[in-house]
Ligand binder design. Structure first.
Ligand SMILES: NC(=O)c1ccc[n+]([C@@H]2O[C@H](COP(=O)([O-])OP(=O)(O)OC[C@H]3O[C@@H](n4cnc5c(N)ncnc54)[C@H](OP(=O)(O)O)[C@@H]3O)[C@@H](O)[C@H]2O)c1
Length: 245
């Protein structure tokens, strides 16, 4: 297996996904980007010399398959899938609409599962693969008024453990990184909408700081390295101590 890997990163038009893409591309890997904002994807693809991108909404029925076809065409095959796209939803349980239930679980759980079904055949054939799911500390410990988001992210932990068991003999590892609060568009939106209060959140974090997207990118880089072959099925909390209560 060559040192340079072919990597598909969802939600890479901004935030954590863009930072992971930048880090992995500058480390000599071939990255393929996707998100909804075509302008930002194009700009980033040029900046980091990505191997291409496809803009579209992941919860649209046929988009995951289209994405896999284009990414596989550009990259040859996919060695690494990083299921990073996701959306936070602040919503007290009795106020959550049926439409939100469908959309949130689709983006945060159904799509990552579907992308796994599409990449695993080649990984099995090549006897090497890495799947990294980006979960959330909300899925690891629970979060009031975000039960739907938390349920989707907790589902990623079950998916990670089960797939890790199923795929271990093929040289494929599967792990989930659970970030605490990271200062990205997602967090800015929560603060601006008044659903979370910035200082209150910081006070609750033992290290009294936001996680930097770079810290998640560094962990992803390590998890795809051969040194991390023995790490599989793990739910890794990268949260400045938030999971400790
Ligand atoms: N920020 C945090 O504090 C935090 C904490 C824990 C976990 N996480 C998780 O980390 C991941 C990345 O979050 P982030 O903070 O980087 O958020 P972000 O800045 O809002 O970026 C989200 C990314 O996902 C893409 N995306 C969202 N909905 C999509 C859809 N329907 N179809 C296709 N792409 C879609 C966005 O694309 P466009 O912008 O182009 O639409 C963007 O590239 C998410 O899974 C999130 O749940 C974040």
């Amino acid at each position: 297996m060559s040192i340079s890997k072919n990597i598909l990163i969802t939600g890479s038009s901004g935030g954590i996904g863009a930072k992971i893409a930048e880090k992995l591309s500058s480390s000599g890997h071939n990255v393929f980007l996707t998100g909804r904002n075509e302008e930002r994807l194009l700009k980033l693809a040029v900046e980091i010399k990505a191997k291409g991108f496809l803009a579209g909404c992941l919860i649209e029925e046929d988009f995951p398959e289209k994405l896999l076809n284009k990414a596989s065409k550009n990259l040859g095959h996919i060695d690494v899938l990083i299921n990073n796209a996701g959306a936070y939803l602040w919503s007290p349980v009795e106020k959550t609409s049926k439409d939100n239930v469908k959309k949130s679980l689709s983006l945060n759980l159904r799509v990552p599962y579907e992308l796994c079904t599409l990449v695993v055949p080649d990984m099995k054939k090549n006897k090497w693969g890495r799947i990294i799911n980006i979960g959330s500390i909300s899925g690891a410990v629970g979060e009031a008024n975000a039960s739907l988001y938390s349920a989707g992210k907790a589902g990623l932990i079950g998916l990670t453990k089960s797939l890790a068991l199923e795929l271990a003999e093929y040289g494929i590892t599967v792990n989930v990184i659970n970030p605490g609060w990271v200062k990205t568009g997602l967090t800015d939106d929560c603060i601006e909408s008044g659903n979370i209060e910035e200082q209150e959140q910081l006070d609750m974090i033992p290290q009294k700081r936001w996680i930097e997207p770079q810290e998640i990118a560094d962990l992803a880089k390590y998890l795809i390295s051969d040194s991390a072959q023995g790490i599989t099925g793990q739910s890794l909390n990268l949260c400045a101590g938030l999971s400790l209560g």
